[in-house]
Design a protein around this ligand. Structure first.
Ligand code: DQA
Length: 149
């Protein structure tokens, strides 16, 4: 991990993208999203460390691991977004640019998806833009770390 690497962190069930509720999440697989992230990062002269875990503690460990070394974090924490005070605290502990992404527009869905424990400790939130949301978040991190910004 170098200071030009963005951690892209994916939470539970996102490994099933492509087959999971395609009417909501579309047909892109997580591998497709990883390729998109690498392309977006490459355009900005950045690299990507792309990870997925179904385990809350593993997501927290990944945040701790990169907290002094990454350029920024893009996080789609899946359902942990709506439940995890521990992920909130982990993100609050880092001073990197952090962007929360959701493929679907969570505000147009069930009310339990309307609250995020993460948004208040993120620099920005992108919802409902599908896989492109990840690319937008990476582009924004590259702007924020640009010394000319
Ligand atoms: C999601 C939205 C969450 O509410 C849900 O639990 C997910 C995916 C999204 O990308 O739209 O797993 O984060």
């Amino acid at each position: 991990m170098s200071q030009s690497t963005v951690l892209v962190l994916n939470g539970p069930n996102l490994n099933l993208l492509g087959e999971r509720e395609p009417d909501i999440y579309g047909h892109a697989t997580l591998a497709d999203i990883e390729a998109l992230c690498r392309k977006a990062a490459g355009l900005a002269g950045l690299e990507v460390d792309f990870r997925q875990s179904n385990h809350e503690g593993a997501l927290i460990d990944a945040i701790h691991e990169v907290r002094h070394t990454a350029a920024g974090i893009v996080v789609n924490a899946g359902a942990y977004t709506h439940t995890s005070v521990a992920l909130h605290d982990a993100l609050a502990a880092v001073s990197l640019p952090v962007f929360e992404v959701h493929l679907s527009n969570v505000h147009r869905r069930e009310s339990f998806r309307h609250h995020s424990y993460l948004s208040s400790v993120c620099d920005g939130v992108i919802v409902g833009c599908g896989p492109s949301g990840y690319a937008y978040a990476i582009a924004r991190i590259s702007e924020l770390i640009d010394p000319r910004h």
